[in-house]
Design a protein around this ligand. Structure first.
Ligand SMILES: [Fe+2]
Length: 605
């Protein structure tokens, strides 16, 4: 992946306007689009937010149209388009792999053939759908992940690690980034994959693969890692950083109905059917898988550190969403600083494909500054918000000191949906499309689950904290602005924020500073002034099974009739039709003792 500066001569840049590059990813899962201008991100969004279908892999027409609109450009102004996959790459390797697995192998599934056909035809579809006449490039999948992790990090040089289920061939890639250059050092090839192991066991545990991995991670602390030795045998890391997966335990690579073989079930016990009872051995399998994932992650970064000798690490790929593993790498690994791409999954490769073209293929300099939290999605004017509120008929009021009112309501035990500014990219709500609540109430997790989220009871909720107090509350070596690292909560603080402390005493932390998100920082500060606690419970603003809300209309739909007490959207405070009056709420919020007794009477707590 060496820089090819000669392309800049072959494809001259128009001098009087920025160079626009569009990156797209689709057809597997988490489709997305991203527009960059002279290397800076103009817009990025997942297609699921527009289509309202979680993790959709569909052609990202909504996201592309949004990117063009946000950039204020017609399609004629797009100079290059990058697609996050090279469909013909690795085909031979996979065919050879298929023969290797014979006779257990079956013909490639219709699903896989359809994906291949769609990818081959994506340039034609894009040109037809948008009337595009410019250059269309196919970018190797792990190169897109590498670019998405390194260039936005702001690090002048760094060790780079991609871990996912698989790209065209690679499942793990070690690389070194320096300036504009990225050099791949080593790759692990399909099917030897930590991501595939996690995905298959997720399916065995009755959760949807490529969707439920985070649920398995949340389940892990409820079990004992008594199968750890078994997992060490099934997937091990050689001293050179090669992964070796014993594929006799898995069928995912053979496109079967289930992803583990009878041999796996004999060793680990009966599978759990979706929605079925979680037996003790399921918890133990989750605990063992998670412990092993952390071990493998640590082994890989140690190998990478030896290979590069560098002090900074950038990570991307679906496995880099494993925030417990990331937290251990940050605390126990050899690197001094780590940057995990906020959209580490395949959505982020839309950004990575665009950055790869800009910096590697076309040879342009990378923007020097690191990327702040990724508020690259749609934002809406006060007029647009008011129009949606009027159409909804919900009681609403414009308040000059909305933040203060929201903080008081939260301190009084109310659940507040917080819709501000541009939507965040990546799977975590970072304070622009969030549901917020008081972390001091030990029953808040149950209240949120009963009234709104309806998630599995064992799954934890996460805290957002003022960055200045991060080390007072958490054993965190560095800020965690993207909520992608889990750290222990300091034992002396656990009783202060019980609603966000997981059963093992940890939390997936988001640290917030005023530069990255001034309004959310103001809200946390106001809550801190009122309560002495600089922490809020922060979970994504969505209805069960739906993606995070995108537009004011989505917000109204998710709020209306839900168990959320208040919606703070732009400068408006919105309440439920039959809820507490705004004046009454303000009154009770200014009298905390009255509010808590009222809460008890209402049965809220
Ligand atoms: Fe990937």
């Amino acid at each position: 992946m060496r820089r090819k500066g000669s392309f800049a001569i072959l494809l001259p840049v128009k001098p009087n306007r920025p160079l626009h590059i569009l990156g797209i990813s689709c057809y597997m899962h988490d489709a997305a689009a991203c527009l960059i201008a002279d290397g800076r991100v103009v817009a990025f969004a997942e297609e699921e937010r527009f289509r309202r279908e979680k993790h959709t892999g569909a052609f990202p027409e909504g996201a592309i149209r949004y990117c063009l609109e946000a950039g204020g450009i017609p399609i004629e102004s797009v100079d290059h388009v990058g697609f996050y996959w090279v469909p013909w790459r690795g085909v031979l390797h996979r065919i050879v792999q298929s023969f290797h697995d014979f006779p257990r192998n079956c013909a490639p599934s219709a699903h896989r053939i359809r994906i291949f056909r769609d990818m081959i035809g994506v340039a034609r579809l894009f040109r037809k759908r948008f009337g595009y006449r410019g250059a269309f490039h196919f970018v190797p999948h792990h190169h897109a992940h590498l670019a998405s992790a390194f260039y936005p990090s702001g690090f002048p040089e760094a060790a780079l690690l991609v871990i996912d289920a698989n790209g065209e061939i690679a499942t793990t890639t070690f690389a070194r980034g320096e300036g504009t250059r990225i050099d791949v050092l080593r790759t692990v090839k399909y099917p030897h994959s930590l991501g595939i192991l996690y995905l298959c066991v997720t399916e065995y545990l009755g959760f949807r693969e490529s969707h439920g991995e985070g649920i398995v991670m949340g389940l892990a602390p409820y079990g004992r890692p008594r199968f750890l030795e078994d997992f060490r045998e099934i997937l091990h890391v050689t001293p050179k950083g090669e992964l070796r997966l014993d594929i006799s335990y898995f069928d995912a690579h053979l496109s079967k109905k289930h992803y583990v073989t009878e041999k796996f079930i004999r060793r680990f016990g009966p599978r759990r059917m979706p929605g079925g009872k979680i037996e003790p051995h399921h918890k133990d399998v989750a605990a063992s898988l998670q412990a092993h994932t952390e071990e493998v992650g640590l082994s890989l970064v140690r190998v990478l550190h030896r290979l590069t000798g560098l002090s900074r690490l950038c990570m991307a790929g679906g496995v880099a969403l494993n925030s417990v593993m990331n937290g251990r790498i940050a605390r126990e690994g050899p690197f001094e600083e780590i940057y995990v791409q906020p959209a580490a999954n395949d959505a982020g490769t839309a950004l990575g494909a665009a950055l790869y073209l800009h910096t590697v293929k076309l040879g342009h300099p990378r923007p020097p500054e690191p990327v702040s939290p990724p508020f690259w999605g749609p934002g809406f004017s006060e007029e647009e918000i008011e129009r949606a509120l009027r159409a909804s008929g919900l009681p609403h009021e414009r308040l000059p000191d909305l933040t203060e009112h929201a903080a008081r309501s939260l301190a009084a035990g109310k659940i507040v949906a917080w819709f501000q500014g541009r939507m965040e990219a990546g799977p975590r709500a970072l304070g622009n499309r969030s549901i917020l609540a008081d972390p001091r109430d030990p029953r808040m997790k149950e209240i949120l689950n009963a009234r709104i989220k309806k998630r599995e009871a064992f799954r934890p909720f996460a805290p957002a904290i003022l960055e200045a107090y991060l080390h007072d509350y958490f054993e965190a070596p560095a800020p965690s602005p993207y909520m992608l690292q889990v750290f222990p909560v300091r034992p002396e603080k656990r009783h202060l924020i019980p609603a966000v402390v997981h059963i093992d005493g940890t939390a997936r932390v988001q640290s917030v500073n005023p530069r990255q998100n001034p309004r959310f920082h103001d809200l946390l500060s106001a809550f801190h002034r009122l309560t002495g606690v600089p922490v809020l419970l922060n979970t994504s603003f969505n209805r069960k099974g739906e993606p995070i809300v995108c537009t004011p209309e989505d917000a109204v739909r998710a709020f209306e009739g839900s168990g959320i007490d208040l919606l703070a959207i732009g400068d408006f405070l919105v309440r439920q039709r039959s809820g507490t009056g705004l004046g009454e709420l303000r009154d009770q919020a200014s009298h905390p003792s009255r509010s808590s007794s009222r809460r008890e009477r209402e049965g809220v707590t």
